[in-house]
Write a protein that binds this ligand. Structure first.
Ligand code: FES
Length: 141
């Protein structure tokens, strides 16, 4: 018998809860920075789900990654209101400023439509972005 590791502890913490898959996956993603195929197999077995069900959830949501990417991420809203407020110019400025140092992700609406373009870094929201302040934001990461 192998000693329990962090993954076993996380799985155990969510067993018996109603609808455990999503919160468990969020906990694994937060702890390890990714949800590897091996982890998915163990999660599926523990929750009595098929591997396809777990993989389907992991691959559907952009918050989950199968391999670790430790670069800081900027989640830039590219939905309609932010499109109308010039997010594509902000995205181009961000890409030019960050090269490969920062991961630029696309999300669809952060609830800041009237003050877009908007972005999220971790739990912090940014509004009224333009080419200048997105470059400043990238330089702080
Ligand atoms: S459309 Fe960008 S925050 Fe809502």
């Amino acid at each position: 018998m192998t000693a329990p590791d962090d993954l076993d502890e996380i799985i155990t913490a969510y067993l018996g809860r109603e609808g455990p898959l999503l919160p468990l996956l969020h906990a694994v993603q937060a702890r390890f920075g990714c949800i590897t195929p091996e982890s998915q197999i163990r999660i599926a077995a523990a929750l009595n789900l098929s591997q396809a069900e777990v993989y389907g959830v992991v691959s559907f949501y952009h918050d989950f990654m199968e391999t670790k990417d430790s670069r800081p991420a900027i989640a830039l809203c590219r939905a309609e209101a932010c499109q109308a407020r010039g997010v594509e110019a902000v995205a181009a400025a961000a890409l030019a400023a960050c090269a490969d140092r920062v991961r630029l992700e696309t999300v669809y609406c952060l609830g800041l439509c009237s003050v877009g373009p908007a972005a999220r870094v971790g739990d912090t929201l940014y509004a009224r972005l333009d080419a200048v302040n997105i470059r400043n934001l990238v330089s702080t990461l």
